[in-house]
Design a protein around this ligand. Structure first.
Ligand SMILES: [Zn+2]
Length: 685
C-alpha cells in the first residue's frame, strides 16, 4: 500500500486501513491511491487549449497529451512535453498579493500587469492535470500503451505535507463537488500546483511547490506549498460559501489512563448536511507526532458511520469518510472515530501535556464546526486535567480521575490539558475562574490573574453588552515563553504571566504581558461569542481582540490621563508596525502572503495585530469626523455591540460588519472597507 514509504509504522496504518475497508465493500484508500498514481493511457486530441480555472494549457510542438486512468475511468490528462501555461489573476484584491508573492518567491515575471489584472505566461516542461470530465477526445485508432507518471510528479506526491489530488477528486466523486481540478505544472525554474475548487470553497489557488531542506531531520525532502495567487471563483472575496457538512455535536473521550505519552481519542461527531449530495466528510486529523527527531505514529482504529464500519482514508494530515448514501439536506449522521498515538507528549520532559487547537481529534474546516461539545478526560489521579467548557463532574476511582466538561451552544477549537498543577479558584457572580500554576504554587500571581480576569470580563461586558458566556474560565500555565492561546473557556499562557518580574528573561517577555492577557481574554468575545469562518476573517478575532485589549487597559489604568497615555502608546506601536508592512498588505488576504521569509511571516502578524486594530481605530475616528465626536463614538460602540449580539454563537464576517454599519449610519461603507480592509491602503490618522 505505502510501498514507497519507509517508515516502519506505516505497516500498521496499512493494516488498519485494510481491515476496515472491506467490511464496507468499498476501499476508499485504494481508490485514492489509484487516483494519485494514475496510469497514462492513450493519446488525446484537444480542440484547443485546456482551460483549468483561470489557467489555460496549450500543448506546443513535441508535446503528447495522454489520458490518465484510475479505477476504470479517466481522472486527468498528462502533458508530456512542452506546454504553454497562461494564468490570469483578474480579481482586483488578489492582484497586489500575487504581484508581491511572484516577485519575492518565484523566478516568474508577469507578462502583463495592468488595470485589467496580471497575467503569467510560461513554457512548462510538462504538466499533469487531475479532474473528472476534462475535455479532449481519445485519438482515433490509437492503442493505449500503459506508461507511468513522470518521476518528478511521483516525488512530489510521496508523503506531501499537503492534501494530494485524490482528496479533492474524492470530493468530486462522492461529495457532490463538481469541477474540482488539481494541476502540477513544471516551469523551467519553479514547480507550481494549481487547485481549482468551483463548488466547496469557490476558490482557486496557485501555489509554489517547495522542498523541505536536508537540515530538517524528520521531514527533509517532503514537499509543502507556498501561496502565489488566490482568487474567488464566481463570487466576491467577502461572499464565502458555507460548508457542505456542519459538525453540530462533538463527544470527545480522551484516555490517558496509562499516564505515559500514549493517549487514545474516541470522537463521536454529529454532522448535519447543508447541501444535497454531501457524501464525503473531509476533516483534518494529525497523522503523527514528533519526539526527539523521531516520527511517532497516530493510528486510526475504527471509523463508523451511524454505528456501521465505513470506507475511509487517513493520509497526509486528513481523514476522509464516505457517507453512503449522503445525508439529505438538514439530515444528520454520527461518525465515530477511535485513534491513538503518542499524543500526550511532554515538552522537554515536563509534567504536563496539552491537546491544543491542532487536529488532535477529527477537526472540521473553520466554517464547518459549530458544535455543542462534551469532553471526558481520564488521567492518573495525581494529574489534574483541564478541558474546554464548564465542569460537569470530576470523579476519582481506582487511581484514575475522570473530568467531564460541557460547552453549551456552538464551539470550535476545543482543547484539553493535564499536568502537575496547583489550582487557585474564585467564584464571583456565578462565574468560577481557576488559575493553574505549573508544579509550584504561585498563589500571589494566581490571585492577581483571577482579579485581572474578573476586571476584564466586567469591562468587556460594559463595552459590548454581552456577558462572559461560560460559567468557568481556566487559565493554565504553559512551561515555556512568549505565547498564549484562547480556546473556549481556557487560556493557555506561558510562565511570564505567573512570575511577574522574577528575573531578566521574564522581564523581556513580560513587556506588555497585561496587554497580552487582556488580548487572550478578549478572544472569548472575538472568536467564541462571534466566530470566524476562514483565515480571511481572522482579523475579526485577532485585530478586534487587540483593539479590545487597548480599550480595557485604557479603562483599567486608574486615571483618565494615564489611560489615554496607555492607549496612545499602543496606537503608536500599531502605526509603527503598520508602516513596516511591505506591498500587498491586505488585512483580509494576509494569510495568502507567501510566508517563506522572516519579513513575509512578520507582515502577516503585523496585518492582524497592528494594521487591523489601527484600521478599527481609523474607522472610529472617521465616524467621529463625520457625525461628531460623541455621536461617532456611539455609532462605533453600537457597531461592536450589534455585531456581537446578532452573530452570537455564529460566524460573523466582515460583510456583516459593513451591513450593520450601513444600517446604523444610513450610508454605504463598502468602499471604505474595500480600501483599508480588503485592499492594501493604509488610513492616515
Ligand atoms: Zn489572539
Amino acid at each position: 500500500m505505502y510501498q514507497k514509504r519507509t517508515y516502519p509504522w506505516m505497516a500498521v496504518v496499512t493494516l488498519a486501513l485494510g481491515l476496515a475497508a472491506p467490511a464496507a465493500g468499498f476501499d476508499l484508500a485504494a481508490w485514492s491511491r489509484a487516483v494519485d498514481h494514475p496510469t497514462p493511457g492513450g493519446t488525446v486530441e484537444l480542440d484547443g487549449p485546456l482551460a483549468v480555472g483561470s489557467a489555460t494549457l496549450e500543448p506546443l510542438q513535441g508535446c503528447t497529451v495522454r489520458e490518465l486512468m484510475a479505477n476504470g475511468e479517466r481522472c486527468g490528462l498528462l502533458f508530456a512535453g512542452p506546454v504553454k501555461l497562461t494564468f490570469t489573476v483578474a480579481d482586483r484584491f488578489s492582484v497586489p498579493v500575487a504581484r508581491r508573492n511572484l516577485k519575492r518567491n518565484t523566478k516568474i515575471a508577469p507578462k502583463r500587469d495592468d488595470a485589467s489584472g496580471l497575467e503569467i505566461v510560461e513554457t512548462l516542461r510538462s504538466a499533469v492535470v487531475w479532474g473528472f470530465g476534462l475535455t479532449g477526445a481519445p485519438a482515433a485508432g490509437e492503442a493505449a500503451t500503459p506508461g507511468t507518471l513522470p518521476e518528478w510528479v511521483e516525488k512530489i506526491l510521496d508523503r506531501p505535507l499537503f492534501a494530494p489530488p485524490s482528496h479533492d477528486l474524492a470530493q468530486a466523486a462522492f461529495g457532490g463537488a463538481a469541477g474540482m481540478a488539481v494541476a502540477l505544472l513544471r516551469a523551467p525554474k519553479d514547480t507550481l500546483l494549481l487547485r481549482v475548487d468551483p463548488t466547496v470553497d469557490q476558490l482557486e489557488e496557485l501555489d509554489l511547490v517547495m522542498k523541505i531542506p536536508p537540515r530538517d531531520p524528520v521531514d527533509h525532502g517532503r514537499r509543502y506549498l507556498l501561496p502565489v495567487a488566490a482568487q474567488p471563483i464566481g463570487r466576491q472575496w467577502w461572499d464565502r460559501p458555507g460548508a457542505p457538512l456542519m459538525a453540530v455535536r462533538e463527544e470527545l473521550v480522551v484516555d490517558n489512563s496509562g499516564g505515559g505519552s500514549r493517549l487514545e481519542v474516541t470522537s463521536e461527531s454529529t454532522v448535519r448536511a447543508l447541501r444535497a449530495g454531501a457524501g464525503l466528510w473531509r476533516v483534518a486529523l494529525v497523522d503523527r507526532t514528533v519526539s526527539h527527531r523521531e516520527e511517532l505514529p497516530v493510528e486510526v482504529r475504527t471509523v463508523q458511520v451511524n454505528g456501521k464500519p465505513a470506507p475511509f482514508l487517513r493520509q497526509d494530515g486528513e481523514l476522509l469518510v464516505r457517507l453512503d448514501p449522503p445525508p439529505p439536506p438538514g439530515g444528520t449522521v454520527t461518525i465515530r472515530v477511535i485513534h491513538d498515538g503518542h499524543l500526550a507528549l511532554r515538552p522537554g520532559g515536563d509534567s504536563y501535556w496539552s491537546l491544543g487547537t491542532w487536529a488532535w481529534y477529527p477537526q472540521p474546516a473553520m466554517n464547518a464546526e459549530l458544535a455543542e461539545v462534551d469532553i471526558r478526560v481520564v488521567t492518573p489521579e495525581d494529574w489534574i486535567a483541564f478541558a474546554s467548557g464548564d465542569t460537569v463532574s470530576r470523579e476519582t476511582a481506582d487511581g484514575l480521575t475522570t473530568l467531564h466538561t460541557h460547552v453549551e451552544g456552538a464551539a470550535q477549537f476545543p482543547v484539553v490539558a493535564a499536568g502537575k498543577y496547583h489550582v487557585y479558584s474564585d467564584t464571583r457572580n456565578g462565574i468560577t475562574c481557576n488559575v493553574a500554576t505549573y508544579v509550584f504554587g504561585k498563589e500571589k500571581a494566581a490571585r492577581l490573574l483571577i482579579d485581572f480576569f474578573f476586571a476584564a470580563a466586567k469591562v468587556y461586558n460594559e463595552y459590548f453588552h454581552v456577558p462572559y458566556p461560560y460559567t468557568e474560565m481556566d487559565i493554565v500555565e504553559i512551561n515555556s515563553w512568549g505565547w498564549g492561546q484562547a480556546p473556549p473557556g481556557v487560556i493557555f499562557i506561558t510562565k511570564e504571566a505567573f512570575t511577574p518580574l522574577a528575573d531578566s528573561l521574564t522581564q523581556i517577555f513580560s513587556q506588555g504581558i497585561n496587554e497580552r492577557i487582556a488580548h487572550e481574554m478578549a478572544h472569548t468575545w472575538w472568536g467564541h461569542v462571534v466566530k470566524m469562518d476562514s483565515t480571511e476573517e481572522q482579523w475579526i478575532t485577532e485585530s478586534f481582540a487587540e483593539y479590545s485589549a487597548a480599550l480595557f487597559l485604557e479603562v483599567a489604568a486608574g486615571s483618565r490621563k494615564k489611560g489615554k497615555r496607555l492607549f496612545t502608546k499602543l496606537l503608536n506601536s500599531w502605526k509603527g508596525n503598520t508602516s513596516m508592512v511591505g506591498r500587498g498588505g491586505s488585512i483580509y488576504l494576509g494569510s495568502y502572503l507567501a510566508g517563506e521569509s522572516f519579513e513575509d511571516r512578520m507582515d502577516e502578524v503585523r496585518l492582524l495585530y497592528a494594521k487591523g486594530p489601527m484600521v478599527l481605530h481609523a474607522l472610529r475616528l472617521e465616524l467621529q469626523k463625520k457625525y461628531g465626536q460623541k455621536q461617532g463614538d456611539r455609532y462605533f460602540i453600537a457597531l461592536l455591540r450589534a455585531f456581537l449580539r446578532n452573530f452570537e454563537g455564529r460566524y460573523g464576517a466582515t460583510r456583516h460588519l459593513v451591513g450593520i454599519l450601513d444600517q446604523i449610519t444610513g450610508e454605504s461603507w463598502q468602499g471604505w472597507f474595500e480600501r483599508y480592509v480588503y485592499g492594501c491602503e493604509v488610513p492616515k490618522l
